[in-house]
Design a protein around this ligand. Structure first.
Ligand code: PLP
Length: 401
């Protein structure tokens, strides 16, 4: 079957269920569709000052300093590391999927030494192993701990608060670096309460924008390291950014259309109420998990408490290639799913359920997943997962209204 040249050639709406980029709400699209402005005008700080303050509300911090770079999550990783570290510094990291591997590689490319705690892909970051590694570091040579809050490749969420407790229990001064690229604005994140020192996110996931903003937040403890951190940096320098941001400006031309979009995205989040947004993500995810159970399949996440509310990775049986499910869903049903990444290639497919979504959209996607699974030879009863999710959504709706 021929693949269409462009998704816009297909009738109806495309079903975008990859775990980022996500649907961009109409209101955000309209906010971005406007003429550009002078980013050095006297009116510009009126946009930037409140925007940075409002980002703090989503990070749940009063003392942290947010940064908005024209970048993506990968650029955000780099920004956190080069501003706080010097070549040769030692870090501890948990590797439980493709993106935690990427964070580690980013650090290594900057000349940092990373001690890795490898766990099975499908498991969360283990606080006890982190505590043990830090207790063994009697000289406090380890300067930071790298964690991915929501490992998008496996659909596993780690307990950041427990990881902070593990660092504290070891009496260790290491900074806590957290990748919240696919959890931010989807599930609670408590920068201050969890004692996070650096966190990274991107615009194209829970915020519902196109890719193009790498958003970071740094604690006072992290900022105190910047003057002495010797990793080379120019574009990502926190110092330049803070100096310009203090007056409501940027040290270079900002990605203005995306910033207009971010303003609208934050407005939507606050109008919905962050707790309602998180509850909706949880509800939608529960429906997807109910469907997976009804299909007789397993999630990659090995324990229920590790299952992510923004993405579900579904293991396929031996003899089936998860990439075929993804391809058939795309070609035949106009449905984009995520494939297996890194060592999970072929073993699973991923359903992204983050951002601007509701129950009926998820049910439509689940119907497409069922057809695609049958098309590649899996023994799935049509409607089984849809019915399980719909029953759950109906119960929740009765409780809500
Ligand atoms: N970290 C996580 C958890 C991700 O899911 C992604 C992208 O999917 C990244 C980092 C990399 O972000 P980006 O693609 O925005 O550079």
């Amino acid at each position: 079957m021929a693949r269409p040249d462009s998704l816009s050639n297909l009738p109806g709406r495309h079903f975008l269920f990859v775990p980022g980029p996500t649907n961009v709400p109409e209101r955000v699209l309209r906010a971005m569709d406007r003429p550009l402005e002078d980013h050095r005008s006297s009116a510009f700080p009126g946009l930037i000052g409140p925007l940075l303050e409002d980002l703090k509300r989503v990070f749940r911090t009063t003392t942290g300093q947010p940064f908005v770079f024209a970048a993506t999550g990968t650029g955000g990783w780099e920004a956190t590391l080069v501003n706080t570290r010097s070549p040769g510094d030692r870090l501890l990291a948990v590797r439980n999927g493709h993106f935690s591997h990427g964070f580690i590689e980013c650090a290594r490319r900057h000349g940092l030494q990373v001690e890795v705690i490898d766990v099975q892909w499908g498991e969360a970051a283990p606080p006890d192993a982190v505590e043990a590694a830090l207790r063994a570091d009697l000289g406090h040579g380890i300067k930071g701990v790298l964690i991915v809050h929501n490992e998008t490749a496996t659909g596993v969420t780690s307990d950041v608060a427990a990881l902070r407790r593990a660092i504290d229990a070891a009496g260790h001064p290491a900074l806590l670096y957290v990748d919240a690229v696919s959890s931010f604005a989807c599930m609670p994140f408590k920068f201050d309460a969890w004692g996070v020192d650096l966190v990274v996110t991107g615009s194209q996931k829970g915020l519902g924008l196109p890719a193009g903003l790498g958003i970071v937040c740094a604690s006072r403890k992290a900022l105190a390291l910047v003057p002495d951190a010797r990793c080379p940096r120019s574009f990502f320098d926190f110092g330049d950014m803070m100096k310009a941001n203090a007056g409501g400006y940027f040290p270079y031309t900002p990605a203005l259309s995306l910033i207009f979009g971010l303003r609208a995205s934050l407005d939507i989040l606050f109008e919905d109420g962050l707790d309602n947004v998180f509850a909706r993500h949880h509800r939608l995810a529960e429906g997807v998990r109910a469907a997976v159970g009804a299909w007789g399949l397993e999630t990659c996440a090995r324990r229920p408490e590790w299952c992510s509310d923004s993405v579900t990775a579904v293991m396929v049986p031996a003899g089936v290639d998860g990439a075929d499910v993804v391809d058939v869903a795309f070609r035949r049903y106009n449905l984009s799913l995520g494939g297996g990444l890194g060592r999970m290639a072929g073993k699973l497919f991923r359903i992204g359920h983050m951002g601007d979504l509701n129950e009926l959209m998820v049910l439509g996607a689940l119907a497409g997943v069922e057809m695609a699974m049958r098309d590649v030879g899996m023994d799935i009863a049509l409607g089984s997962g849809v019915a399980a999710a719909a029953a759950l959504y109906q119960r929740s709706a009765r409780n809500l209204v």
